[in-house]
Design a binder for this molecule. Structure first.
Ligand code: ATP
Ligand code: MG
Length: 256
């Protein structure tokens, strides 16, 4: 069954887009069919992270009703399927006839996972992206202002009927002034899904326009994202990453 999961934070710049891309890449690495969607209609940047900013059509064309959603799915060189949002300012003048939830109804079933990048804030645009999903992963940084907004977005999601799965603490540097990931999780009242360290490899991945998880697969942030993906799949990372021959045969038999 398809899981439609959005990534939200409340506060801007904490790592939502980075998480959508790398969690998507980790699930893809484990053989899952993954679609990632930029739910930022006014300030999109998923396509910039992946170097597909010029590709058309985009989510805007789908919401406007001029293009079917199948045609807005782009295959990234990493293997990820992506629906970008158009970055041009003219998109802001478009009138949308559909919501993201309505737009994805026809295609979601073709994927194991649909991951939606939610815009920052708690306004209408964020709500429309959250409402399109059944579950939400909250991303925050280990500091109070981000944690406060994470708590707000988690409560908003619950009110909208989207279940909060847990929190990812991103950009953790291990400084004594930071909140501990456990304290963050307690503060936002959610299970701790994982901790992603602060790493300059993200800058390199951004410059390469490629998911860090696939570019530096053995790096600590990549392994952390893969552990979160494995947990979402209900598997242990060590087993899913390096399955024994028996487990591989078993999995093959289950698939056919
Ligand atoms: N763990 C990390 N270590 C270092 N840099 C990171 C990490 N995670 C994300 N970044 C960088 O932080 C910046 C913001 O990340 P990102 O764009 O994913 O945040 P966002 O929450 O989607 O922002 P916005 O609210 O503007 O959409 C990017 O330059 C990204 O490469
Ligand atoms: Mg973003």
């Amino acid at each position: 069954m398809t899981r439609i999961l959005c990534v939200a934070s409340g506060k801007g710049g904490v790592g939502k887009t980075t998480t959508v891309i790398n969690l998507g890449a980790a699930l893809f690495h484990f053989g899952q069919r993954v679609l990632i969607i930029d739910g930022n209609v006014t300030t999109p940047n998923l396509s910039l992270h992946l170097g597909i900013a010029k590709e058309k059509p985009t989510l805007h064309d789908v919401l406007e009703g001029s293009v079917s959603i199948e045609n807005a799915i782009h295959l990234h060189s990493s293997g990820l399927m992506v629906i970008p949002a158009g970055i041009s300012l003219t998109n802001l003048r478009k009138i949308y006839k559909k919501t993201i939830a309505q737009a994805i109804t026809g295609i979601a079933g073709r994927f194991d996972w649909v991951l939606i990048d939610v815009p920052a804030g708690l306004g209408r645009e964020a709500r429309l992206a959250i409402e399109a999903a059944n579950e939400v992963v909250v991303v925050t940084n280990p500091e109070l202002p981000a944690a406060v907004d994470a708590l707000k977005v988690s409560r908003l999601a619950k009110n909208l009927g989207t279940s909060p799965l847990g929190v990812i603490v991103n950009k953790f540097a291990g400084e004594k002034e930071e909140m501990s990931p456990e304290n963050v999780a307690e503060f936002v009242e959610l299970p701790l899904l994982g901790v992603i360290p602060y790493s300059t490899l993200f800058l390199k991945a951004l410059s390469a326009k490629y998911p860090l998880v696939l570019l530096y697969p053995n790096s600590t942030p990549a392994v952390q994202y893969k552990k979160i993906a494995a947990a979402l799949l209900g598997e242990r990372y060590e087993i899913i990453e390096k399955p024994s021959i028996i487990q591989r045969i078993r999995r093959f038999l289950i698939r056919i």
